[in-house]
Design a protein around this ligand. Sequence first.
Ligand SMILES: NC(=O)c1ccc[n+]([C@@H]2O[C@H](COP(=O)([O-])OP(=O)(O)OC[C@H]3O[C@@H](n4cnc5c(N)ncnc54)[C@H](OP(=O)(O)O)[C@@H]3O)[C@@H](O)[C@H]2O)c1
Length: 339
Amino acid sequence: MESNLSNQAIILEDGKPVLKDIEDTLLAEGEIRIRVEASPMNPSDQLWLAGLYGIKELIPKKTLGAGFEGSGVVTEAHESVGADIVGKTVAFFDDCHNEGFQGVWRKYINKKASDVIQFPEHVKSDEVFGVFVNPLTVVLIVNTAKKNGNKALIHGAASSSLGKILVRYAKHVDFPVINIVRRQEQADSLKELGAEHILDSSSDTFDDDLAELSKELGATAYFDPIAGAFCGRVLAKMPAKSTAYVYGALSGEPVSLSPIDIIFYQKSITYLYLATWFMEASKEEQDEAFGEVIKDLSTGGKIFGTKIYKTFSLDKVVEACEEAAKTASLGKVIINPQL
Ligand SMILES: NC(=O)c1ccc[n+]([C@@H]2O[C@H](COP(=O)([O-])OP(=O)(O)OC[C@H]3O[C@@H](n4cnc5c(N)ncnc54)[C@H](OP(=O)(O)O)[C@@H]3O)[C@@H](O)[C@H]2O)c1
């Protein structure tokens, strides 16, 4: 049992990430201590570091850490939990809107045992660092499209880590997806994954191709992580009554949509946000989504696994953030606090 609870964590000082020595409290009833080994640098983390993520009014006014999800190995458990969990690989999430938010970018984290996901012996931290954010959002995207009666969906920035999971999951559940990318090499990488419909927005025929394909497949839902003017451009080519679900802010720009499309073709824009789904979904819906993701990640992650592009140590969070913005199409930049 480790008795020394000294630790190191990323703390935001005047909005800037700084690596600090900290002291953790002893384990409380029901808690475990985890050696954090992997955490992705997701776009949501990039927004957080830029001071733009989340509902500001709900974020507790206290010293803030960073990092929303990760994986690691349990090093210690409170006697109320029992020792069986020690040595297990676990995945965990930390919500910045919760009073207890610490941020997972730290060498060790104390969590309630009931709040983590345990994986079988053979699963390593670098296979399950991203269990929550992207896999569950992919399931939510497909379920939203199905629930609202769409026959097919359109996805933007489809060469993202999430986009690659979507290609594999949609194929698995046999739901047609039109994948939009912005470069030929991104189209090639999606083709390799087995994507059937790929459109490159840099092509001269993009708008006409999109109009034709969305009509042919009956694609009336666009899941948009880019926003900006591109949202309206895509909607303009989709059938009447189509909806864009804005779920990311990759362009950093406000969305725009022609009033003609709104009035005469009843096209609309709404949002998709995993956090609100979490709050509104029934226990059965949550268990079903988690069940699919955990089963796959426990057996090789053929659908929900994420390729790592580069790993950074805890003191290189700023560099990791810059790298992730440049190389996202190649795989995930992750933080390993043990380096
Ligand atoms: N709403 C929610 O609940 C929720 C949950 C999970 C994820 N998300 C969002 O899902 C999106 C994807 O996440 P991820 O982790 O998969 O991202 P990621 O792996 O970091 O990939 C980002 C991708 O977006 C592309 N991209 C960046 N800026 C772009 C732009 N202006 N126009 C077109 N493409 C652009 C990049 O391609 P290049 O190489 O061409 O730059 C890259 O392929 C993010 O926006 C994230 O915030 C939202």
